[in-house]
Design a protein around this ligand. Structure first.
Ligand code: PGA
Length: 265
């Protein structure tokens, strides 16, 4: 079963809507220069909510080979939830993906596994593809509890979903100690957990489902580290923060498939 690699750029709270137009244009040029082949990998930008309309308009008008998505979604349908953004609103803006449970949301907005589960339920029900973020902090890693910790987050996020729904989700393993720190998990560290996640999905939902789910690694990914990650059997892409704000660097990351490591894409 071949899973289409996904290269996703999470802009976080950077880039206003005017700057977003410039960044997407530069990225489009860089993708052209680096001969990005959309049949080999899916390339996705995830700007702040307020940029989405500008990004959508530009990508559609110029037919740029990019998908776009949002950094969060409400677990509620609509109504009196000041500050929240609904799945319907994101769909209307052409979003196909949404990040759910990023460690920065879990940390600064106290999002629990329960909330992550609810947001995942809502996104799937509406037809948005959730990118569910999981991963341990430094304390858990030092205690060598990172695998059970991460698997418990995966199981909690997906509880009560059907196998058909689970087959559609994307899981991003992002060890918190590697986010924005320049401290990259080694490809072996990343594979250990991504492989364990796939094993857990197989145990809970069967092999067919686990073979379909794309599992990403995230945490200080750069053009210089992408190939060693992508050649690992259970790493199907990356969630890139800082480096996604540099269009040349991000476009170079999308070119991982030119360096083969025995894995075919
Ligand atoms: P980083 O962020 O690439 O800047 O470490 C990754 C993420 O948080 O998604």
């Amino acid at each position: 079963m071949s899973r289409k690699p996904l290269i996703a750029g999470n802009w976080k709270m950077n880039v206003n809507h005017v700057e977003a137009v410039g960044l997407v244009q530069k990225l489009a040029w860089a993708l052209g220069d680096f001969k990005y082949d959309p049949t080999k990998a899916e390339c996705l930008v995830i700007p702040p909510f307020v940029d989405l309309r500008s990004v959508q308009t530009l990508i559609e008008a110029d037919k740029i080979p990019l998908a776009w998505g949002a950094q969060d979604v409400s677990e509620h349908e609509n109504g009196a939830y000041t500050g929240d953004i609904s799945a319907e609103m994101l769909l209307k803006l052409g979003c196909s993906y949404v990040i759910i449970g990023h460690s920065e949301r879990r940390q600064y907005h106290h999002e629990s596994d329960f909330v992550v589960n609810e947001k995942t339920r809502n996104a799937l029900a509406k037809g948005l593809t959730p990118i569910i973020c999981v991963g341990e902090g430094l304390e858990v890693r030092r205690a060598e509890e990172h695998v059970p910790f991460t698997l418990a987050q995966v199981a909690a996020a997906l509880e009560d979903r059907t196998p058909e729904q689970v087959a559609k989700v994307v899981i991003a393993y992002e060890p918190i100690w590697a986010i924005g720190t320049g401290e990259v998990a080694t490809p072996e560290d990343a594979q250990e957990v991504c492989g364990a996640v796939r094993g857990k999905l197989a145990e809970l939902y069967g092999d067919e489902v686990s073979e379909q789910v794309r599992i990403l690694y995230g945490g200080s990914v750069k053009a210089s580290t992408i190939v060693a990650l992508m050649v690992k059997p259970d790493i199907d892409g990356v969630l890139v923060g800082g480096a996604s704000l540099n269009p040349d660097e991000f476009a170079l990351i999308t070119r991982f498939y030119e360096a083969s490591g025995g894995k075919s894409w």
